[in-house]
Design a protein around this ligand. Structure first.
Ligand code: 5GP
Length: 126
């Protein structure tokens, strides 16, 4: 399957510096910033700098260096925002929405790191 990346998506604009963001962490291949509409006391988005639409796209086509960097960036964000289990009200949830069923709003891979309150169980039923 060919993945089609839209370079006009809002996170591509953030990466190009065309839209401001509240940066939590920047690494060689990844950027983490606060979500503009937080759904929890901690709500950070971690994105790769490369043009990947979804997690499966990234896992299929990113380089090993990008994948390691992104994975380690998630760890660093958890430490920086204090949601590692054991730190106060520790614990977090990672969410990566993809495509129509996943109700993905922005077509650039992002992992939501959410915490700071008890988040409830999984997803709600319709
Ligand atoms: P999705 O539904 O695609 O998984 O989530 C997209 C997320 O991006 C939403 O939680 C939304 O609040 C966030 N978002 C959309 N536009 C912006 C923006 O311009 N800046 C930031 N920081 N977050 C955004």
């Amino acid at each position: 399957m060919a993945y089609v990346y839209d370079p006009q998506n809002i996170f591509a604009k953030i990466l190009r510096g065309e839209i401001p963001n509240k940066t939590v962490l920047e690494t060689e291949h990844s950027l983490a910033f606060h979500d503009i509409g937080p759904q929890a006391p901690v709500h950070v988005l971690v994105i790769p700098k490369g043009p990947y639409v979804t997690y499966d796209h990234f896992a299929a086509e990113a380089s090993d260096a990008e994948i390691v960097d992104f994975t380690r960036a998630v760890n660093q964000v958890c430490e920086l925002v204090g949601v590692r289990p054991g730190d106060g009200l520790g614990g977090y949830r990672l969410i990566s929405n993809a495509g129509e069923a996943g109700v993905q709003e922005v077509p650039h891979l992002h992992v939501h790191v959410m915490g700071g309150r008890v988040l409830g169980r999984m997803v709600s039923k319709p």
